[in-house]
Design a protein around this ligand. Sequence first.
Ligand SMILES: Cc1cc2nc3c(=O)[nH]c(=O)nc-3n(C[C@H](O)[C@H](O)[C@H](O)COP(=O)(O)OP(=O)(O)OC[C@H]3O[C@@H](n4cnc5c(N)ncnc54)[C@H](O)[C@@H]3O)c2cc1C
Length: 371
Amino acid sequence: MKRVVLAGAGHAHALVLLDWMRRPPRGAEVVLVSPQPRAPYSGMVPGWLAGAYRFDEVSIDVPALCAAAGARWVEGEVHALDAAQRRLVLADGRTIDYDLLSLNVGSTLDPPTAPGATLLALRPLARLQARWDEVLARWQRAEGPGALRLTAVGGGAAGFESLLGALARLRELRPDRAVEARLVTRSASLLPSFPAGAVRAAEAALARAAVALQTSAEWRAEPPRGDDDRLPARELVLWATGAVAHAWQRDPSRCSVAVGEAGFVRIDDRLRSVSHPEVFAAGDCADSAPPLPKAGVYAVRMGPVLAANLRAAVEGAALRRYVPQRRFLTLLATGDGRAIAARGRWAAEGRWAWRWKDRIDRGFMARFALR
Ligand SMILES: Cc1cc2nc3c(=O)[nH]c(=O)nc-3n(C[C@H](O)[C@H](O)[C@H](O)COP(=O)(O)OP(=O)(O)OC[C@H]3O[C@@H](n4cnc5c(N)ncnc54)[C@H](O)[C@@H]3O)c2cc1C
């Protein structure tokens, strides 16, 4: 019996378990380790921030999925990977030995400390839930003078969509209060990897929501007004800059598989570590050559290949190649019942695009409704 350990309940592992519900690998004991029982689906997070979905509608029930796939769920966080011993060390000191390991632990962010601001990092997504609920509760009780300053730092899809979603929710909850919003990005334009039509539509959506756009700009904390820590007195910041590898991946004393300069696990076109063939990695935590953008759509497309390759590795069969798609559809919610659709150089915008996005995202999540 081989022990297959899945570290992280990311998009790819969720799809691996779904696949193995139908066809489990023969002769394998499967263990999944993740710190939280629910795994958010990133595509629906801005809609959840906007109040269009409940958290349980945008997140997968990990213990239930594991049970349905015959896997054991271990609540825990990887602290170190000792590839020579084939052993994971968890943050609480427990260890898990493996014959085959698959990493799908996502990425994180490196926000600064900002005493004058309430800072919400958008990764890891699972931690965002409690913080956002707390912000909404404080906002509902908010008294005192002045407008709330809401800032998103990062001009990619996550910063743009999350800002508009969060802004819509804050305004809906307290129509009696003013919210001044801005998006600050270091790059020269909003959504640098999107076609020109999508950028224009995104700028128009920001203008409709009265959001100031600051490009080629660095975020600096504004001094708090007064000395209280109530929300209108402080700036609320959504931190959505580029993805960073987890600290343990960046520390050679805690991670003995080959990683690139930024700490992402280096994989080949079979999703296998270039240094340790019994270790696989997928999604944001991994880098192929050349590296792919850190987007959930790649993690999702890697899922079925990873399921097939882990099964093949257990059963001694040949591995499949993962070929990344060059173009894919992106749908960006604008928080007002509309969305922007983009594919290649094509872009369009409207209420129909939001209905389309909603249908696709609900369809994805419906695959994990196990009853
Ligand atoms: C607000 C927001 C919106 C986004 N919207 C989109 C979108 O619309 N489309 C798109 O393509 N991309 C989107 N992205 C990017 C997307 O979130 C990521 O690319 C995607 O989630 C990566 O998926 P993954 O499977 O690699 O990991 P994740 O889905 O991030 O999952 C990582 C898992 O690993 C677990 N984990 C983390 N650390 C450890 C550890 N030490 N030990 C064990 N488990 C651990 C986590 O708890 C989680 O279960 C968005 C990002 C953000 C922040």
